[in-house]
Structure formats: structure tokens, C-alpha cells
Design a binder for this molecule. Structure first.
Ligand code: FE
Ligand code: FE
Length: 396
């Protein structure tokens, strides 16, 4: 009796996290064979825009797995076409391997939705369910889940700690556009994606008209941040009109100011390497602030924005001494856009139109007080920005 793993997913694109997880499944379960079964059409969610066609997706998965000795790509869901149901795949595999033990390998994201899968009970009778979870997951929560699972489906899942599986394809797709995906992809896969311009990598994003810039950049955000960046852009336009700044630049800086915000600290550091950003000790320990320099680099290298726009993005979290009007506008707009709600925001909104410097200083002071409450220090650039404003100096 052979042990056969079945690893399903969209693999869109297949990345190193998938391969490392596969190696771990093989090692822990002592698998004789691991089948990568790419999902043709997920039943519950749409494939994201810029997903390559089926042939290309298969080709990338074959490239990604060709050096993994125990792995095979099985295109049975592609041949079946239509919505891909795991239970149908397992029925087919059971027929093909009547005497062998099947292990259905998946990540914790699947775990959350398993109850809503098509025929979950039959799935559990056809294969042993194996779930990879983050190494720091709480043991008691897993035990509780295993208990409920067993009661419902007759057999508890096998849990395997595995941090690699948490790399998400969504993030890799973003990194392909923003720069910094090379670390997460097999070099052959990465090269092929770039050669063919897949996942939107072949599109020229430089100097786009505003509507297109908006559309392209909003795709790089988590859904929850979209209203904020649109609000910031619209507020920046209103402030630019009020204070005589370049309205187009204000709109563009506003829409791009948080373009890398969806990335984790580690991914921000990848981007810093890609774009040659020097990270000082303060930024190394305050990776939340890195999205300002990385977004500025992306605005420059990916979107071809002008210097004024890039600098406004660069200083939007910290401020600095002697800021340009556009830099002040983006800092303040980010703070007071209509989705913001905190004590003092009304005063900031009032000041922003009558005295931009006073609004900027108030924003900096509120940030300082907020940081102080958390026992966190304020960065040097922000301190200099406050000192500069208090001396009453301005851009010559
Ligand atoms: Fe920000
Ligand atoms: Fe923001």
C-alpha cells in the first residue's frame, strides 16, 4: 500500500511556500508520491484578474515542481473543466489507486471553510485530511477543532506545523508588480512569468492617466484600505485647490501614498533590497513606517511619477523639516480624510483649510502623544518637522 498525498490549490502562481510545504508533507507523512492537483475553477471564489490561462498555469506548476523527486502534477481537474470539487477528484483518484492510502493536504485557510465544501463527509471517508498550520498556532484551539471535526466527519485531521504555507499567492502577485517577488519564486518560474509578461508584469504602468493609475494601484491594496486611499486622494485635491498646489500631483500622491501597505514587515524589507532603499536602525525596528519609502520607490520605478509626488509619498508618515506644500498636504490629508474618526479630527479638518502649517503641527503633535501613550519614541524626522514649524520657518 502506497501513501499518496493530494495537494490541491490554485497555485496562482506556484511559489516557494508551496514547495516547502510539499516537502514537509512528504517528510512528516512519509509519502511515496505527492500529487499537485491545480484547481481549474474554484467553486466559491473567482480567480483574480490577470490570472494566466489554464495551459500557462499548468506550465508554471510543472516548472515549479520539476526538481521535486516525489511530486507529480496531475491535471485531472483541468481535463474535467468546470467548477472543481475536491470530492470528485478524490473519487477519481480512489478509482485509480484502489489499494493506496490517500492524504488530502491543505493549509489552514482551507480549514476555515471546510464545512462549506461539497460533501465534506465523503471527502473524509476517501482520504485522510491533513492540515498545515502556523507553527505558533495555539495547541488548545487545534485540539478543539480536531474534536469538532472528528465528531462531524468521523476522523480527526492530522495537523502539521508549517510556516511556509502562510506565504500567500495574493502577496506574491502583488510583489510581482511592486518588485521583490524573486525571493518567493523558483527562478525558472520567475523568469517564465517575466518572459511572458504574466500576472500583469508585462504592462507598462508609467505615466498613466489618473483613472488608470487609480484602477491599477487599487488592485494592490487590501479591500479594507481602498476607501482610505480614495478619501486621501480626494482630500488632497481639495487642499491643493485651497493652497495653490498642483492638483494633479495631489491626486496622484494621495492615491499612491499607501500602495505597499498591504505587505508585511519582511516583505517591505524585500522591497527595500529590490529598490536600493537604505534601512536605518530606527526603520528596522519600526517596519510599519517602511511603507512610506517603499511606496515612494514604487511610485518612481513602477509608475514613473515625478519627484514632487514621490517626495510627498516618502514623507507622508513622518514629515520632515522644511516640507513642500504638497508634502504637507499629503501628510494632513492622510490624517483627516473622511474615513478618519478620532478625537481632534474636526479641529484638524478646520485648520487644514485656514492654516496648513498649524494643521501639520497639530497632526505631528497628536502622533507624538499617541506614541508616548504606547511608550514608543518618535522618529528624528518628525521631531525635526515639529521644531521647524515651531520656529516659523517655511519653504523659501
Ligand atoms: Fe501610510
Ligand atoms: Fe494612509
Amino acid at each position: 500500500m502506497a501513501k499518496i498525498g493530494v495537494y490541491g490549490g490554485t497555485f496562482n502562481p506556484p511559489h516557494l511556500g508551496h514547495i516547502l510545504a510539499a516537502r514537509e508533507f512528504q517528510r512528516v507523512l512519509d509519502l511515496d508520491l505527492l500529487l499537485f492537483v491545480p484547481v481549474y475553477l474554484p467553486p466559491h471564489k473567482k480567480l483574480p484578474p490577470d490570472t494566466p490561462d489554464a495551459t500557462r498555469r499548468l506550465e508554471l506548476l510543472r516548472l515549479a515542481t520539476e526538481d521535486v523527486p516525489f511530486a507529480l502534477v496531475d491535471d485531472l481537474e483541468f481535463r474535467r473543466a468546470g467548477a472543481s470539487y475536491t470530492v470528485e477528484t478524490l473519487r477519481a483518484l480512489r478509482e485509480r489507486y484502489p489499494r493506496d492510502q490517500l492524504y488530502l493536504c491543505m493549509g489552514t485557510d482551507m480549514l476555515l471553510s471546510f464545512d462549506s465544501w461539497y460533501h465534506p463527509k465523503e471527502i473524509c471517508s476517501l482520504a485522510q485530511v491533513v492540515m498545515a498550520h502556523r507553527a505558533d498556532a495555539e495547541e488548545s484551539a487545534l485540539e478543539e477543532y480536531a474534536g469538532t471535526f472528528k465528531k462531524r466527519y468521523g476522523k480527526a485531521p492530522i495537523f502539521i506545523p508549517n510556516d511556509f504555507i502562510e506565504i500567500s499567492s495574493t502577496t506574491v502577485r502583488r510583489l510581482l508588480i511592486l518588485g521583490g517577488a524573486a525571493d518567493d519564486l523558483d527562478s525558472k518560474v520567475y523568469g517564465r512569468i517575466l518572459d511572458l509578461g504574466l500576472y500583469g508584469t508585462g504592462r507598462n504602468r508609467k505615466h498613466l492617466p489618473f483613472d488608470q493609475l487609480k484602477q491599477e494601484s487599487l488592485q494592490l491594496h487590501n479591500e479594507s484600505r481602498v476607501n482610505h486611499v480614495v478619501g486621501c486622494s480626494e482630500t488632497a485635491v481639495a487642499l491643493a485647490k485651497c493652497h495653490g498646489a498642483n492638483v494633479e500631483d495631489a491626486a496622484r500622491a494621495g492615491i499612491l501614498h499607501d500602495v505597499t501597505k498591504a505587505l508585511s514587515g519582511a516583505e517591505q524589507l524585500h522591497l527595500c533590497r529590490t529598490h536600493g532603499i537604505i534601512v536605518d536602525d530606527f526603520l528596522k525596528t519600526h517596519t510599519k513606517l517602511l511603507h512610506a519609502p517603499t511606496a515612494a520607490a514604487v511610485a518612481d520605478h513602477v509608475f514613473g511619477e515625478n519627484e514632487a509626488v514621490c517626495q510627498a509619498i516618502r514623507w507622508h508618515t513622518s514629515g520632515r523639516a522644511n516640507m513642500t506644500t504638497l508634502e504637507k498636504i499629503i501628510y494632513v490629508a492622510d490624517y483627516m480624510e473622511p474615513n478618519r474618526d478620532f478625537p481632534g479630527v474636526e479641529e484638524l479638518r478646520r485648520l487644514a483649510y485656514s492654516d496648513l502649517d498649524a494643521a501639520l503641527l497639530l497632526g505631528l503633535e497628536m502622533t507624538r502623544d499617541h506614541l508616548a501613550q504606547q511608550g514608543a519614541p518618535m522618529g528624528k524626522d518628525s521631531m525635526e518637522a515639529m521644531a521647524f514649524l515651531r520656529q516659523g520657518k517655511d519653504v523659501p
